[in-house]
Design a protein around this ligand. Structure first.
Ligand code: NAD
Length: 287
């Protein structure tokens, strides 16, 4: 397939490289001027999108997505497919999908979970909103880039699922860190807490797979000096997206709102460039 790929950063570059390695013809664009091996670098986004059967975007946020969509939609072929894999607000995803539909282009919002290691290994999970027929047409591309592609509903449903998932993740990690900080203050051994929680009702991915305490449980960013992993900046972005979505939709999410405020405080107080699980040493130091 001829594929246009716009946004060749930490996630986009390995995803595009995997598609090229699978034999697809890749034309890419990134404002940085960088492209991975196998991707032909074009001078602008519209040239990358021209004549492509599928165009994939992997961009920082909704404002950039809207700007890039305004450039590429007029250049895209009727009947082609736009797949946005960025994490953006639901409104931007729906607005771009409506603009695409007006141009006879099907759009899928397809944000991912799995991070840069999942992008490199081709094991991402895609959460997908938009027409099922477009998903069927592009299924082989999702197979190359990921391990799972879950259809969540109409336009915007993929972003909605991603935002809800990451709100649960961020809030669960914050309270998991509070559990370890409380254990410290009570003189309870962290290993003992892990052994109990990872086999009891307080269990979650944040403890069992991504334990924020170094030297305990499976290997995680805590064992690597809290290098990301998933940077605190990105977690705060997703927590804020969830809170914006909660206020526009009228959902009550008071606990996640508090967690979002604490991540913002942590980011200002040394959290920049660190994995979001470094919330634990930050809390422990404040205890
Ligand atoms: P990144 O900053 O490394 O990549 C974004 C790329 O977009 C950059 O290379 C930037 O130069 C490019 N870009 C910006 N404006 C552009 C424009 N107008 N035209 C063309 N290119 C432009 O970010 P990333 O880590 O690759 O993340 C991309 C998206 O994936 C984000 O929405 C992020 O929230 C989401 N995401 C990231 C991770 C992760 O672990 N990094 C995990 C899941 C989801």
């Amino acid at each position: 397939m001829r594929i246009g790929f716009v946004g060749l950063g930490n996630m986009g570059a390995p995803m595009a490289a995997n598609l090229a390695a699978a034999g697809h013809q890749l034309h890419g664009f990134d404002v940085s001027g960088n492209a991975p091996d196998g991707v032909t670098l074009m001078g602008d986004a519209a040239s990358a999108a021209e004549a492509a059967e599928v165009v994939i975007t992997m961009l920082p946020d909704g404002a950039v997505l809207r700007a890039v969509a305004a450039e590429i939609l007029p250049a895209m072929t009727d009947g082609s497919i736009l797949i946005d894999c960025s994490t953006v607000d639901v409104e931007s995803a729906r607005a771009v999908a409506a603009d695409a539909e007006a141009r006879s282009i099907a759009m899928l919002d397809a944000p991912v979970s799995g991070g840069t290691s999942g992008a490199a290994a081709g094991t991402l999970t895609f959460m997908i909103g938009g027409p099922k027929a477009a998903l069927k047409h592009a299924a082989s591309l999702f197979d190359v880039m990921g391990a799972r592609a879950i259809h969540c509903g109409a336009a915007g449903a993929g972003q909605a699922a991603k935002i809800c998932n990451n709100m649960i993740l961020g809030t669960t990690m914050a309270v998991t860190c509070e559990g370890f900080a409380l254990a410290d203050a009570l003189g309870l051994d962290r290993q003992a807490l892990f052994d109990v929680v990872s086999t009891s009702s307080g269990q979650s991915w944040s403890t069992s797979v991504y334990c924020p305490a170094p030297g305990i449980g499976p290997n995680s960013p805590a064992d690597n000096g809290y290098r990301p992993g998933f940077a605190t900046e990105l977690m705060l972005k997703d927590m804020r997206l969830s809170q914006d979505a909660a206020s526009t939709s009228g959902a009550a999410t008071p606990i996640a709102a508090l967690a979002a405020e604490r991540y913002a405080e942590f980011l200002d107080d040394g959290g920049e460039g660190k994995d979001f699980s470094a919330f634990l040493p930050w809390l422990a130091q404040r205890s």
